[in-house]
Write a protein that binds this ligand. Sequence first.
Ligand code: BGC
Length: 646
Amino acid sequence: MTVDEKLDLLTGTDSMWTKGVPRLGVRRVRMADATMGLREDNVPATAFPAFLCLAATWNREVAAAYGRAVGEEFRAAGIDVLLGPGVNLYRTHHGGRNFEYLGEDPCLAAELVVPYIQAVQEQGVAATVKHFAANNSDWHRSVSNSVIDERTLRERYFPVFEAAIWRAGVRCVMTSYNLLNGEYTAENRWLLTDVLLGDWQFTGLVMSDWAGTWDTEKAFQSGLHLEMPGGKVWAAERLRTLLAAGKLAADELDRKVSRLVEWTLELDAHQAAVASTPHGRCPAHAEVALQTAREGSVLLRNRDGLLPLAPTMKTLAVVGPAACPTPTSGGGAARVAAVDPVSILGAINRLAPAVRLTRGERDDDLKTADAVIVCVGYDAEREREGCDRPFELPWPQVQLIRRCTAANPNTIVVVVAGGGVEMASWIDGTAAVLHAWYPGENGCQAVAEILFGEVNPSGRLPFTLERAWPDAAAFGHYIPEGEAHYADPDYVSQYRPAFDVAYAEGVFGGYAHFDRSGTAPLFPFGFGLSYTTFAYAGLAVRATAEGGAEVRFRVRNTGGCAGAEVAQVYVGDLVATVPRPVKELKGFVKLFLQPGEEREAVVTLERRAFAFYDVATHAWCVEPGEFRISVGASARDLRLNASLTL
Ligand code: BGC
């Protein structure tokens, strides 16, 4: 290759393509967003529920089916690279892109992202795990400096990426817009060369986020392979001058070029070997989307068993801005335009045609209805990439909930949003609350099925929901005090000075913070109600030859209908030389049980489940001694405990 050909290869073109080297038969590779379905003009695609809804299913099989369907649609459309999944941890409810990610816990996120990526790539489509790393807020993201100590990065923010690489063999990594400890991630040599390419031996392609690269030389030396979408700082002319001046090393150029060419050829070989029959948007994919919503919607409250609604009811008031049309997704690169989306109102009407529906315009409608369903939340305008959003619901919606609860004790709130919202100020007056996330094109059908008992809810919260924001781990260590969440457009960010976001909570993020502070959350991590009940028994734990443990227990459905329980396994190190969380999720299993049925669950824990990252030795360390193994239905509902000595 000539030097010009090499330099040209390092940047993308036409917004979503690599350039290739046509003279040598190295083809252009085509990319498209994103995690929740194909976002491509003029290609109708299945709009799946929010990725956060997938996290709330706690079901690896659903994750695989979701990934397979998305991968098939990409392959059918001739797209080689899926610009997803996004796996940044949910640090606060404010995060504008939380809906695209998998919640607050590294274990849950890793367990679901692995089958998703495997299934996408089995279709001959390369997946891109993003945004590496520590992009946990979208507020002026391009001047936001995440200040995080190494142990916290290794224990909380890195494991999902590590799992994507080691367990799923992901083919691409995309860097993020933010700075990490003072360096833009695309320019951060420690992050890309030492950790990603060094420690983790990543053999795929490292690309920048779109226009997220600033310094030509630093980015060249960091380990980044490809600048997307075009040559903002790696324009060939600029690189050529720096190369001639000896400021860029020719062998590094060759390394990048070899990687890009090999990666393209590997993709070709992989696609040639995959015998799948790709499908575009089709009924089977719609069914996967629906099943995700069925298993991911989380029932948070059900006073006196008001739900499921009796089929004999005569009148329902269905009110609120999310009743019809119901927002299908948050906004930004992840948003897939839904074809013929189902609304909550439409789905209820279809499922229960005999029930008279009113829109509750008059207080009388609210008072005389058998129940009121208030549909509230956010939408693609107010919850999206490029800004954060408040914890509170918009004030008129809170007033609407109050008006409904004052008029009718049977008020059911359905929340449509990409994360947690403040509930403590209004929840007491309600009879029931269902979190439906962004339901995608048909998830509202699942909402109706849950309300009327055709589906027994089995979703569990993938984050902790605090009563008030000051209770949360990141409170005081988020965007500058006093600023509004809604950011100016991205281009304004460059006129703002960079600001630090100190992750002062360290490894005590999410539920670990609540365990340490002793504050009770409104709803704990892992929580969700069912129409049946479950009992746990018979915990037995034994050490394995590999240095981990095998955990066995039994779960019985003790209620009157079939349902699924998400049994969660937490590990705590009782005596440690470093501060460690009281407990951390290290395994889980979702069990579908008929009434009266009992099953034994077996969860295997690897040695790493007991380790902390020792910054002195740069290695994972298991300190010999006693560990507590707890099994239960949420981070605050531990039913069985055992001790294990390693
Ligand atoms: C987003 C990425 C996305 C890319 C390409 C960026 O603004 O942060 O997630 O993949 O655009 O559309």
